[in-house]
Design a binder for this molecule. Structure first.
Ligand SMILES: Cc1cc2nc3c(=O)[nH]c(=O)nc-3n(C[C@H](O)[C@H](O)[C@H](O)COP(=O)(O)OP(=O)(O)OC[C@H]3O[C@@H](n4cnc5c(N)ncnc54)[C@H](O)[C@@H]3O)c2cc1C
Length: 430
């Protein structure tokens, strides 16, 4: 890891998911002495079994104007990818209300524009990190094919592709049914049931859980300290600064504190009187073993089946299948019905792929904001040395390195002795 010489100080990063580890990498490289604290182990939260897509060109937030018309079907149908289990929790209702407001076309368009810019920075930083660290984590630049069930959907995708092209986005192609099967032969049996697809050759995939484990090892060697299996329980605050975080084993003091604890960020921020608009959006995955005899039945290209909102990513000799979005609070139980649904979708799209062996059923909680924009920067009413890097929702893997870089720049500007510090606007204000 390349590092600058003068140390701006000691930074504590709370959370060893992909966002916290990416932040630790950026800060350590910038000369900070870094301590990462996690209640569990690296990559055990939402980053562990996610859809594995570095989805730089598909950043449209879930809060989409089309959702208004689709919502009754999505919420009422038994095998819908969306599910709401109403809780006696004002935070859930406040989030849902803000989410519905964010579905307005103008808001959704604006969110997409912000996310596209952040995704582009992320691509650059991820590539830099990959070049420097050479991590073993099944990275593949195999492109991405999004399948559209209807002609109307494909027409709207064509418009979106034009908008993104005008914004300087990546090369994208509208494909017919047959062209979809040409790009990804494993789709030969399914292509007749779709209207077509959008193909983006430059999209990538990586095993996010493995990336976290590899990054943890590399950061340790570079001198980053890890306190694992230790939950942050609270804060030691004096006036407008945090002095230390409290663990069961004692306090950890630092100059700056980064809250990158995924869905755990909300409760921790509450301890400082801050209300973060981050709510868990639960999803599921399975990981299908692929051997030499079944290799041609599984896709090499990343595939998204938009009708069922399920993504497929080839990770070497495995196929990751992920999807669903449930507003069910902090419940992390793996619902067998949802797993069966993922298996059924996989069988439908890739019927020749055997679904035997251990499929490693998994669930995770996306730290979602209503607009789909992460919180990067200082909270307006928070302590001056508390920094947020959380709320990345369905795009945390994609946006992690760009968010880390933005935060690094903010911390650098704040710690420069000559600069008169003015907080930069976060991607989403709190
Ligand atoms: C089914 C599914 C599919 C997905 N697919 C994709 C995809 O294809 N592409 C993509 O870009 N994104 C995807 N995502 C989203 C992505 O996984 C998340 O946005 C990302 O993992 C969030 O990372 P994080 O580091 O913020 O949170 P996490 O990975 O959840 O890490 C937070 C860490 O904070 C720790 N923590 C929490 N509270 C405390 C505390 N009090 N003290 C100490 N530590 C604490 C936790 O132990 C945890 O390790 C998907 C998510 C799901 C659920």
């Amino acid at each position: 890891m390349e590092q600058t010489l003068s140390s701006p100080g000691h930074a504590v990063v709370i959370g060893a998911g992909v966002v916290g580890l990416g932040t630790a990498w950026s800060l350590a490289r910038d000369g900070w002495q870094v301590t990462v604290i996690d209640a569990g182990q690296p990559g055990q939260g939402a980053s562990g079994g996610n859809g594995a897509q570095l989805s730089y060109s598909y950043v449209q937030p879930l809060a989409d104007p089309g959702l208004w018309t689709e919502l009754p079907r999505l919420l009422l149908s038994r095998d819908s990818p969306l599910r709401l289990r109403p809780q006696a929790d004002p935070a859930q209702w406040a989030w849902l209300l803000s989410f519905m407001m964010a579905c307005r076309a103008s808001v959704s368009r604006d969110s997409s524009r912000v996310l596209l810019a952040l995704a582009s920075e992320s691509r650059e930083m991820f590539e830099r990190m990959r070049r420097e660290e050479q991590l073993d984590c099944h990275f593949a630049a195999n492109g991405k094919l999004v399948l559209y069930p209807s002609v109307a959907g494909l027409a709207s995708a064509r418009r979106q592709v034009a908008v993104q092209a005008a914004l300087g986005g990546a090369d994208q192609h509208i494909l017919s049914q047959k062209e979809c099967a040409d790009v990804e032969p494993a789709l030969a049996h399914y292509a007749g049931r779709i209207a077509g697809g959008v193909y983006t050759p430059s999209e990538c995939a990586v095993d996010c859980g493995q990336l976290c484990v590899a990054l943890h090892q590399r950061l340790q060697v570079a001198g980053v300290q890890f306190l694992l299996g230790q939950a942050v329980l609270g804060w030691h605050r004096e006036r407008d600064r945090v002095i230390a975080v409290r663990l069961a084993s004692g306090e950890v003091r630092a100059d700056a504190f980064v809250l990158a604890a995924g869905t755990g960020s909300t409760a921790l921020a509450r301890g400082l009187g801050l209300r973060l608009p981050v709510y868990p959006l639960k999803g599921y995955s399975i990981t299908v073993p692929v051997d030499r005899s079944t290799a041609s039945a599984a896709p090499n290209v990343n595939v998204t089946d938009l009708a069922r909102k399920v993504v497929f990513a080839r990770l070497g000799d495995r196929l990751r299948v992920a999807g669903m979005a449930e507003l069910v609070g902090e419940d992390l139980r793996v619902d067998p019905v949802r797993i069966e649904s993922l298996k059924a979708t996989t069988h439908d799209v890739f019927p020749q792929l055997p679904l035997s062996g251990d499929l490693r059923p998994w669930s995770g909680l996306r730290p979602a904001t209503p607009r789909g924009l992460p919180l990067i920067g200082r909270a307006d009413k928070g302590p001056e040395n508390l920094w947020l890097n959380t709320g990345h929702g369905a795009l945390g893997l994609t946006l992690a390195m760009g968010s880390a870089e933005r935060l690094r720049k903010l911390l650098r500007a704040a710690s420069a002795p000559t600069s008169r510090y003015r907080p930069a606007p976060a991607a989403c204000s709190v």
